[in-house]
Write a protein that binds this ligand. Structure first.
Ligand SMILES: Nc1ncnc2c1ncn2[C@@H]1O[C@H](COP(=O)(O)OP(=O)(O)O)[C@@H](O)[C@H]1O
Ligand SMILES: [Mg+2]
Length: 253
């Protein structure tokens, strides 16, 4: 289980301060929902957690050690759209993660290693309810199925930290609540720490164990460049009833 500490983090692009004085500690196995107005730096913050970009000041610690300077499989990500490759079947999309990790420079696996990776990928597909869709291409899958595929693709690398950038925003309400419960179950089983950006406050409180809002304190036009967003509120959130059921099952087992 993974703790994350953010220490006085600042992110600036040229003269524009996007984030300033971001400072908080996340307990192991948290589900952190990040909310805030469009453009306040939520996606930027996820990119910092992924090491796709680097903060101009401050630091991020994972279990007390500085974050690795480059993206690594210990951190996975799912976006709202386009996380999966259209020219690969569902199964190949999930296997891809393992091929890059284990296939060396060619990114390919052969023989036994390939069969093993196939089996593992099938397990993950089944885990997200896509066992029957293994040979389908993403274009033949509904939006909810594509998102479940993207989740399987991220999880097969067994990330300790999962970053979700508005992952459920494009889903219909019925499908969305199904995928919510899937996400909660996977989060519960893997014990990973999740950061999820969302526009939807109900979703933020339903899924999150904690809800953090970024916002600018000063909003006058002439101040926009000089002040970044910081933490506007930070509040614990009760686990969803579904999580309480999962916890009760664990106790019973
Ligand atoms: N690579 C970049 N170069 C310059 N400015 C950027 C870059 N990435 C993001 N920004 C700016 O940082 C601010 C925050 O963007 P973003 O993190 O995407 O916000 P959010 O995800 O909260 O909507 C925006 O003003 C955006 O224009
Ligand atoms: Mg964004």
């Amino acid at each position: 289980m993974t703790a994350v500490s953010v220490r006085n983090l600042w992110m600036e692009y040229g003269n524009q301060i996007v984030l300033e004085r971001i400072d908080f500690d996340v307990a192991p196995h948290s589900f952190v929902s990040l909310v805030g107005p469009s453009g306040c730096g939520k996606s930027t913050f996820l990119r910092l957690l992924l090491s796709q970009e680097h903060a101009t000041r401050g630091e991020i610690l994972v279990d007390g050690a500085p974050l690795a300077p480059n993206p690594e499989p210990d951190r996975g990500v799912v976006f709202q759209k386009y996380s999966v490759f259209p020219h690969l079947t569902a199964l190949d999309n999930v296997m891809l993660g393992l091929e890059f990790e284990r296939g060396g420079l060619s990114g390919r696996l052969h023989g036994r290693a390939r069969r093993r990776a196939r089996e593992e990928a099938m397990e993950y597909l089944e885990g997200v309810g896509l066992g029957d869709a293994a040979s389908k291409y993403p274009s033949a899958l509904s939006g909810g199925m594509q998102q479940r595929l993207a989740i399987a693709q991220a999880l097969i690398k067994k990330p300790r930290i999962l970053l979700l950038d508005e992952p459920f925003g494009a889903l219909d309400p019925g499908i969305r609540s199904e995928v919510h419960d899937l996400m909660l179950r996977l989060w519960w089983e893997t014990k990973m720490t999740v950061f999820m950006v969302t526009h939807d406050l109900r979703e933020a409180f339903y899924l999150g164990t904690r809800v953090i809002a970024f916002d600018r304190v000063r909003k006058r036009e002439e101040e926009l460049e000089r002040y970044g967003a910081t933490i506007a509120f930070d509040t614990p959130s009760d686990p969803a009833p579904f999580v309480k059921e999962l916890a009760a099952k664990d106790v019973a087992a």
